[in-house]
Write a protein that binds this ligand. Structure first.
Ligand SMILES: *Cc1c(COP(=O)(O)O)cnc(C)c1O
Length: 219
């Protein structure tokens, strides 16, 4: 447990002040997450709505909650109750559903578009060439607000190999800023092994799990 505290402090010291350290907390216990929060984490990211709801009851609004998983339609209502930002909009249908649910709650949801930067069939996110038209659709909705883009990128054996995918995502981010202005402010990319490269390529949200909490247990 003291490791978690040290890891957070070390990473926070290492990264530029304007970069947000999002702790990716899937599979982690509430006491582990609280340790990270005590050490300075201000944003946490969860992949599963159900799991997040359980933790939210204990942790509450002391941190900002980002959804970073694959959102299913039947979980949108609950997600809109819990999360402050949804980072993984991948098609019009899910954006429309979020808009509808948030309208009923009288809430405006900040959202980001997930780019499938590696063009992988089995991965979520919109292909790069379709990102702008999805952005235009999202921008037209009343109860969602487009605030950025995120990408995972393909699994690589050396961190350096992910750089072209981050660079491509950065280009999409810049194009969206040209079209929609500086309301588009977040570029979320980089994980435990790749966050340094992501920051070099312009990321201002990095999503870090194992480098904070240690290796994940096999479920
Ligand atoms: C788990 C996860 C991370 C963090 O991965 P680590 O390699 O543990 O740092 C980042 N982003 C997403 C979407 C994740 O699911």
């Amino acid at each position: 447990m003291p490791m978690i505290r040290e890891n957070v402090r070390r990473i926070l010291k290492e990264i530029p002040e304007e970069v947000i350290l999002l702790a990716a907390t899937k599979g982690r216990r509430v006491d582990e997450i609280m340790e990270a929060i005590d050490a300075g984490v201000r944003v946490i990211g969860e992949n599963y709505v159900q799991e997040a709801a359980r933790k939210y009851n204990e942790i509450g609004k002391r941190v900002e909650w980002h959804f970073i998983g694959h959102l299913q339609r039947n979980k949108v209502k609950k997600a809109c109750e819990i999360f402050d930002v949804i980072e993984t909009i991948h098609n019009e249908k899910i954006a429309k559903e979020i808009d509808k649910r948030c309208h009923a709650m009288d809430k405006i949801m900040p959202v980001m578009i997930e780019i499938n930067s590696g063009r992988e069939e089995n991965k979520s996110g919109v292909y790069p060439e379709n990102a702008l038209s999805l952005a235009e659709f999202v921008y037209s909705l009343e109860n969602v607000r487009l605030v950025g883009v995120m990408t995972m990128g393909p699994l690589v054996d050396e961190p350096e190999k992910i750089r072209p995918y981050f660079r491509l995502t950065r280009e999409i981010f810049e194009r969206m800023r040209e079209e929609f202005g500086d309301e588009i402010k977040y570029l979320s990319m980089g994980m435990s092994d790749t966050y340094r490269i992501a920051i070099e390529e312009g990321a201002n949200i990095i999503r870090v799990g194992t480098a904070i909490f240690g290796p994940r247990q096999k479920q």
